[in-house]
Design a protein around this ligand. Sequence first.
Ligand code: XMP
Length: 305
Amino acid sequence: MEELKSTISSNLKGKGILACSGGQDSSLLAVLCSVAASDKVLAVFVDTGLLRKGDRKRVESLFTTYQINYRIEDASEVFLSRLSGVYDPEEKRKIIGKTFIDVFEGIAKEYGAKYLIQGTIAPDWIESGGSRRETIKSHHNVGGLPENMNLKLIEPLRDLYKDDVREISQFLGMDTDIQPFPGPGLAVRILGEVTKEKVQLLQDVTEIVESEVISQYTDRPTRPWQFFPILLPVQTTGIHGDKRSYGYTIALRLFDTVDGMSGTFSKPPMAFLEKISTKITNGVPSVNRVVYDITNKPPATIEWE
Ligand code: XMP
C-alpha cells in the first residue's frame, strides 16, 4: 500500500489525469491517487455509450464518497459513430482505445496534465502481448494505445493480479463486489457491428442476467466470478404467441476463476438457467433463443471478442 502510494507521488512530476472506468482496478487507483496526490490528479470517467445501465451513477457515487477530484465526460456519440460499420474484434478494440486517448488528450490539455494514469494490471498486458505471450486480444488499456500518444503513461498497479487488487480494496474498506467489466464495454459483447439499438438490447438483457445471478447466489463466495450475456450476430426462427418470430440469440457466460487468467465455465442448476432464459425471452421479446457457453479458458477466453 505505502509502496504503491509512493510510486504514484514520486512518478508524478506534474499533473495527471486518471482513467477511471469504475472497475475494481481503476477505482482502487482513484482512491490511492486521491490520498497520494489529490491536488495533482483528476479522475476521468468516460461515458462511452457502451456501459451497463447503472455504471455511470455508481462511479459518480464512488467519486463523491471518497472525495475524489473528478470529471465525467459523455463521449457516447463519438464512440458509436466511430464503431459504425466495424465488424472485426481487434479493429473495434483499437478504435475504442484510440477514442479513449483522443478524449483523454483533450481533457489533459484543458487540465494542464502531462501524465495518463491507468489501472492496468498484470493479466491485461500479458494477454496484450507483453513480453511473455503472443497478442491474444488488445486490452483497451494496453494494446489500444497509439504509439505517438502525447501523454506519459503511469501504471502503478501493473504487477498486481485481480486477487491482489481485491485484497487491497478490502483493506481500504472499498466495495469489492464489483464484477469485472471490460474497458471496451458492451462493444466486445456485441458480436459484429455495434449499433445503438443493439447496445440498448444488451443493456436490458445484462440487467436481467446480473439481477438473477445476484439473487440466486446470495452467498458471495459461491457466485460465479463473472456473469454476463453476449449478443450473437445470428437470428433464428422461433414462436411468439402463435406467430413465427425471427429473433436474436443471446449466449450466457457464467465463469469461475481466481484471477481471470484461466478458469472454467460455471455449472449452475439447470432450473436456474431455464429461469434466466425465460426472464430474458419474456422481458426482451426481440430475443427468442438463449444458449449457454460451456467452454473453459483456455481454449476460449472469458469475453467472446
Ligand atoms: P479474457 O476475455 O481476456 O478476459 O479472458 C479476462 C478478464 O479481463 C476482462 N477484459 C478486459 N478488461 N480491458 C479490461 O480492463 C479490456 O479490454 C478487457 N478485455 C477483457 C474480462 O472481462 C475478464 O474479466
